[in-house]
Design a protein around this ligand. Sequence first.
Ligand code: CUA
Length: 380
Amino acid sequence: TGALAAALGMALLSGCQQVRQSISIGDMSSAYNREIWWMSLWAIALSIIIFVGVSYALFYTVSKFRDDRHGAEPAQFHGNNRLEVALVVVPVIIVFGLSVLAVKSLAVVNNVNAEAPKIDVLGRQFWWNFGYPAATAAAGGVVTNGNEMIMPAAQPVAVTVTSGDVIHGFWAPNVGGQRAAMPAVKKTWMIDSDRPGAYQGNCSQLCGASHANMRYKVVVLEQARYTATLNAMQAYRAPEPAPGSAEARGYALFMQGKPSTGAVACASCHRVQGTTAAGAAGPDLSFFGTRRTLGAGIWEAMTEAHWTDEKAAAELHAWLKHSPVVKPGSLMPRYDGGEYLVQGKSVKGGTLTDTEIDDIAAYLRSLQLPAEADYWKGTP
Ligand code: CUA
């Protein structure tokens, strides 16, 4: 058990090696993590001193004053005013000292810098949308991206977190502490990282059937690259598919669905920047082809050939065909004609053929940022 506990501790502090992206609460490349780390160290050190002191006093007393005469009545004591006052005053001083430390750290983490880049975070069952309020797209509306967030390195970022339904928790441990995402409440605090790279984010509040399938990525970019990427996102308009191509057929299905079979249009729930698709019930798909995670992180395709290699293509196909089957509680319709649950009620999706699903996949893959704005490129 000791070895197991040690391994668990190592995994928590150093990040699990089997995931490509690091996840660690002890990531010292975030100033906010350092703040929380040093605050915790005081509390932990104090606890250790108190534990050792109390244990020592206990064993010393038991051993020194033990009385081996069985049956004889031990000496009786009543009250010790000085000791009792000390036992009240010392803990009060300790607790007060710890609360000063905690309040000081909270003040640092909550001190929102008006100049800092802003990111709006929306949690929904079971996905995330990240908006960049300073970046208004040429095609209208604010630039947003589903389940993958970019932020500049070596600069505190103000994240404003809210929820569209139940309480979720925004937590990417490498870039700062966790916060609840609450409906109708917008809470802003600061996160940061000195080290470019991709980091794992999670939902940290139990929120329903796919709470564990509500992950996201935080990609930290050098400042110049962050600005360039955001500019490219702003200028982006979804490419017009060539007439007669698979992408064009997919685009038509995406926009109109297939009313004859009851298949709902993707556009009624999703937004694609530069098209008339402006749905807000699902994640923004504008840069889907650049993204390397699917279904809020249930699948990752971390290669250059994301979504086109055989395994990833099969996952994308399965996702489009029957999302609620591969991800419990997903509100995306089933397109294989099967039934799925919406708010506890069984409903039936429409049907699309496998070819039609592949056409939609082809269209989604074509939604790519220019290569130089691929925020994944070069991430460790
Ligand atoms: Cu959202 Cu757990």
